[in-house]
Design a protein around this ligand. Structure first.
Ligand code: FIX
Ligand code: ZN
Length: 437
């Protein structure tokens, strides 16, 4: 059956999107093997698998919103960090859900999540929600959440310079073997703070110098090779500030001389050798308000020409790129028209709001057709998969309905199988095919 003959294109597209399982290419989620700090039994205080209502309520997006509405005389930032997680969650629930309506995207997300899990947000029963989450077995709960969110595979972010995470890989070589999860080696300090990274590498037994020489480059490559293999990473990744610059004589690039040398002589060759893409998430300004910890980061406009120069200079490398400011999105999509080795992905962090997803997805469809990755979740707490994907699916369906209606209006007939094919590319195969390319 051709879609042009059916009255309800919107329903057909929504159904196709709902029926397609998703490979989520960037999250901060982990399987239980990395420890479960919230589990009522067997909790590991420093564990990395976050789930449950306390974690959902203390998500850093909501922490930022809390400090919009509490005055320092009521609760100072220091007081907040001194509280235990339950007290923090109680405070956020009170201030952002009961004292005012939870209509921000992050607050609404908690409600969508509760609803889809079969809990009634209308009950406003925080104690009851806590009891329900406490009864969940973390391992089985992952299956349930993946089913509800239509996610078939979760991509982790494995920060090798995080001592807690690194030690878990060293202690248990099988820690990453859960088939529902894949690993991504993440190493921001290598490019963003070479002296600190070099000190760590030296401590771990690599023969590196702060003044980078050929031996240092060889050793960084050895380090990357060992960790890419140990983690079985499917790509490598960094997040870079808005001031990141690459390119001969480019204003501001001198500050990045060490980072760019490590990038071009160690990271990119290591990736090319293994045919792994390198992901750059560009524009995050860390610690604008450091007291707020993760909630104190923001984003500024970054430099797209640095990306085009990398794509041009390294044609044997593949680049996943996302940028944090809305202002960069048009240039970045145009850049992707010039380079097949550049895959644009996701509406990252402060862009992961319905109004911006809609605008950015429209722009990308118009410039790139079906050849980009519309979304990733960036979840830190397991159940966020439910709301982040539910909300994104709705917006993507809306945009695609308009775009298919536009071509249907010319007399072009789209088969249901063709629609399913396109949706599969967006939600799964553009990512998987780029890994294999
Ligand atoms: O650098 C990143 O991967 C960011 O996505 C995160 O670190 C950030 O804190 C976040 O959670 C954004 O959604
Ligand atoms: Zn992230």
């Amino acid at each position: 059956m051709s879609l042009t003959t059916t009255p309800d294109l919107a329903t057909q597209i929504a159904d196709a999107i709902d029926g397609q399982s998703i490979v989520d290419m960037h999250t901060h989620l982990y399987p239980p093997s990395f420890g479960t700090p919230s589990a009522p039994t067997g909790a590991d205080a420093n564990g990395l698998m976050l789930y449950g209502i306390n974690e959902l309520l203390t998500y850093h997006y909501l922490v930022a919103e809390l400090f919009r509405v509490v005055s320092p005389s009521e609760v100072s930032v220091a007081d907040f960090w001194a509280m235990d997680k339950t007290a923090q969650a109680d405070l956020i629930w009170h201030k952002l859900f009961l004292d005012r309506s939870p209509i921000s995207e992050a607050a609404r997300g908690v409600l969508t999540t509760l609803q889809k899990l079969g809990l009634d947000p209308g009950d406003r029963d925080l104690a009851g929600y806590r009891r329900w989450f406490d009864e969940q077995d973390p391992d089985k709960h992952i299956d349930r959440v993946m089913e509800l969110s239509h996610v078939e595979s979760i991509t982790m972010t494995n920060a090798v310079f995080d001592d807690n995470e690194r030690q878990r890989w060293l202690d248990n070589p099988a820690v990453g073997d859960d088939p529902r999860f894949t690993a991504v080696l993440r190493f921001d300090p290598l490019l963003c703070d070479w002296p600190a990274a070099a000190a760590k590498l030296a401590e771990w037994g690599y023969d590196v110098k702060v003044d980078i020489d050929d031996k240092t480059v060889t050793e960084v490559r050895r380090f990357l090779g060992e960790w890419l293999d140990r983690t079985k990473s499917i790509y490598a990744a960094v997040s870079l500030g808005p001031d990141y610059r690459y390119g001969e004589g480019r204003h501001g690039s001198a500050k990045w001389a060490d980072g760019n040398r490590i990038l071009t002589q160690a990271v990119l060759p290591a990736c090319a050798e293994r045919n792994l893409p390198f992901a750059m998430m560009i524009g995050s300004a860390r610690g604008v308000n450091p007291a707020l910890r993760d909630a104190g980061d923001m984003g500024f406009v970054a430099d797209v020409p640095s990306v085009t120069e990398l794509c041009r200079d390294f044609p044997d490398n593949k680049f996943f790129v996302t940028m944090l400011s809305r202002e960069n999105q048009h240039e970045l999509a145009v850049a992707a028209r010039k380079f097949g080795n550049l895959m644009v992905f996701g509406c990252w962090w402060f862009l992961n709001n319905p109004s911006l997803i809609e605008q950015i997805t429209r722009l990308r469809v118009e410039l790139l057709g079906v050849s980009f990755i519309p979304q990733h979740s960036d979840c830190r707490v397991l159940e966020q998969l439910i709301y982040k994907w539910d909300h994104s699916r709705t917006v993507i369906a809306k945009v695609l309905t308009d775009k298919y209606a536009d071509i249907a209006a010319t007399g072009w007939r789209i088969g249901e199988d063709e629609l399913a094919r396109d949706v599969k590319l967006y939600l799964r195969d553009n990512f998987l095919n780029f890994l294999k390319r």
